[in-house]
Design a protein around this ligand. Structure first.
Ligand code: SF4
Length: 419
């Protein structure tokens, strides 16, 4: 059967690139894959995923499919694979697309959610490179947030007074075409660090008692081998003044197989620990993802979401409301909605700020406050996050504050101090 040979060819092509899997350094936590698979709760899957597996990967067992290492090893990395598997028509420029820009990488699980027959499918647009990435618009740059300028030692960004960003890997299991950190992500020299490479960052944190909150990001920290991530968490926990550790990840959405009981049992030893998960579209809210967020939430980890506002992907009230309601059902509290950063070649993803404000206006009052993320612009040049809100104040005078509610009705609040 043709699909059999295609699945073999996918596996053969990607097995060649095994060395790209993040290496495990500390042997004591050597992963016993059977143990990991036994503890998985991924017993249900979406219909589209079942169909995808039958159609394209019939020889792949449940154990393999549920093994996150298998998912990473067998990710789609070449246009030729997409062409062969999904018969998609590629842009004429596709040969050159992978050369300088963010490479292609999609886990088989995430690919199973994509409609490859439709180039307008929201998930397709998010992860399949397009020729639009070569159109550069004014104001775009490879590091618009000037993270490199706020980096006192390698791997660390210290922009805000009491918190620091610790970049622990440049590797992600799936690459988003609008990635704000494309200056680092998937760059060969920044993809895999040795534990020694982190020493200057640990030393800096030890010597800066004002830092009470550290955010691990990258790349995706959840793609690190468990032993390495635990080593980083242990080191941070040994620094008395660090009160909170946060981790930013897209793994639960693109590689839910990684979230196992064994993994969350390790994480929960390092409370207070918060996890912010990057979600893009309601199509990502599958039973597999629900099981992953359930494991994390049951381990007492508060979960927040981060979403980038993307043109023709999630830039309307209906889609955004569906996403935010779905996240709450998955025990993830909507946290930030980001205006898309002006990274190189991101013009086709950016909406106007006005559309972002319209979306917030369409949520506030029409759903519970828990379902409304804070809409922010991360100020180019390193100014940090600036929240944006629709203007509900129509005037302010001696009588008080005139406000407009979500229905457009006007109310007067007596905003004065009595003498
Ligand atoms: S998961 Fe985050 S860091 Fe990785 S490619 Fe996507 S946006 Fe960039």
């Amino acid at each position: 059967m043709e699909s059999n040979s295609l699945s073999e060819s996918l596996i053969n092509e990607t097995e060649v690139n095994k060395e790209e899997e993040p290496p495990s350094l500390v042997a004591k936590y050597h992963i016993n894959r059977h143990k990991v698979i036994d503890s998985l709760l991924h017993t249900t899957e979406t219909k589209t995923t079942s169909f995808f597996r039958k159609e394209y990967l019939p020889g792949v067992t449940d154990d393999e499919w549920n093994d996150w290492h298998w998912q990473i090893r067998n990710s789609f990395r070449y246009f030729s694979q997409l062409e062969k598997f999904f018969k998609i028509k590629l842009p004429e420029t596709h040969e050159s697309i992978n050369k300088d820009s963010l490479p292609l990488r999609i886990t088989p699980y995430y690919a199973s959610l994509i409609d490859f027959s439709d180039a307008n499918d929201p998930l397709y647009k998010s992860v399949v490179p397009s020729a639009n990435e070569y159109k550069i618009f004014p104001g775009e740059s490879s590091d618009p947030l000037h993270e490199n300028n706020n980096s006192p030692v390698p791997n660390l960004v210290h922009r805000y007074p009491d918190r620091a960003l610790f970049l622990v890997t440049g590797f992600c299991s799936t690459y988003c075409r609008y990635c704000t950190r494309s200056h680092m992500v998937a760059k060969k020299e920044k993809s895999h660090f040795s534990l020694n490479d982190f020493e200057p960052a640990f030393e800096y944190l030890e010597n800066h008692p004002e830092v009470r909150d550290v955010l691990l990001s990258g790349g995706d920290p959840f793609t690190l081998p468990q032993d390495r991530l635990e080593y980083i968490l242990q080191r941070l926990r040994s620094i008395q003044h660090i009160e909170i550790i946060r981790i930013g990840t897209k793994v639960p959405a693109v590689l839910p197989q990684r979230i196992t009981q064994e993994f969350v049992d390790m994480l929960k030893k390092y409370h207070p620990l918060f996890v912010s998960i990057h979600f893009t579209h309601p199509s990502e809210l599958t039973p597999e993802v629900e099981q992953a967020t359930k494991l994390l939430a049951n381990a007492g980890i508060p979960l927040g979401s981060q979403t980038v506002l993307l043109k023709d992907i999630n830039d309307n009230v209906t889609t955004m409301k569906k996403l935010m309601h779905g996240l709450l059902k998955f025990r993830v509290r909507p946290y930030y909605l980001y205006q898309c950063d002006p990274i190189l070649g991101s013009g086709h993803f950016r909406t106007t700020v006005k559309s972002g404000l319209e979306i917030i206006k369409g949520l506030r009052g029409f759903t519970s406050g828990y379902a409304i993320p804070t809409y922010v612009v991360d100020a180019p040049g390193g100014g940090g996050k600036i929240p944006l809100l629709p203007d509900y104040v129509t005037s302010h005078n001696k009588k008080g504050l005139k406000l407009k509610n979500y229905e457009g009705k006007t109310y007067l609040y007596p905003d004065y101090i009595s003498e």
